[in-house]
Design a protein around this ligand. Structure first.
Ligand code: NI
Length: 139
């Protein structure tokens, strides 16, 4: 561990402390460490998406839309090597959420995400991922 001191605008620190309180953090240092890691992961996500990634794709769709469930199933079968598991939640009488856990080459994962994104009847698709394998270092 290294010790650093830093200056922050009062409002920023107050807002940050509020978030930590809401999330039940006991320690501001832990909160700052987690925020920094999150910042780095986002940076890597934006700039270094290559190789093997592990992640989650969230899909929200209207299950009444003709053919959308079949198309989603067909696409996911095509990418079964990249899909570890999925979960279906009946969100409202109209909308479903599918949470798909993916692990594999980022180009395939991106393709899978974009194919589902393009479907009519699909309202929202979000991919979050992080490096897997040897480049993952939680400390
Ligand atoms: Ni459903």
């Amino acid at each position: 561990m290294m010790r650093i001191s830093m200056s922050l605008p009062k409002k920023l620190l107050a807002d940050f402390d509020e978030v930590l309180k809401d999330r039940g953090y006991q320690s501001r240092s832990k909160g700052i460490r987690d925020a920094l890691k999150d910042y780095i992961v986002r940076y890597q996500w934006m700039n270094e998406m290559e190789g093997n990634r592990i992640g989650v794709i969230t899909v929200i769709y209207d299950h009444y839309y003709t053919g959308v469930m079949e198309s989603l199933a067909e696409i996911q079968h095509d990418y079964r090597d990249e899909i570890n598991t999925s979960m279906h939640i009946h969100m409202t009488s109209k909308y479903c959420i599918e949470v798909i856990v993916v692990n594999g080459d980022v180009n395939s994962i991106r393709e899978l995400t974009e194919k589902m994104m393009r479907l009519k009847g699909v309202d929202h698709v979000k991919l979050t991922s992080t490096a897997n394998g040897e480049s993952f270092d939680p400390d």
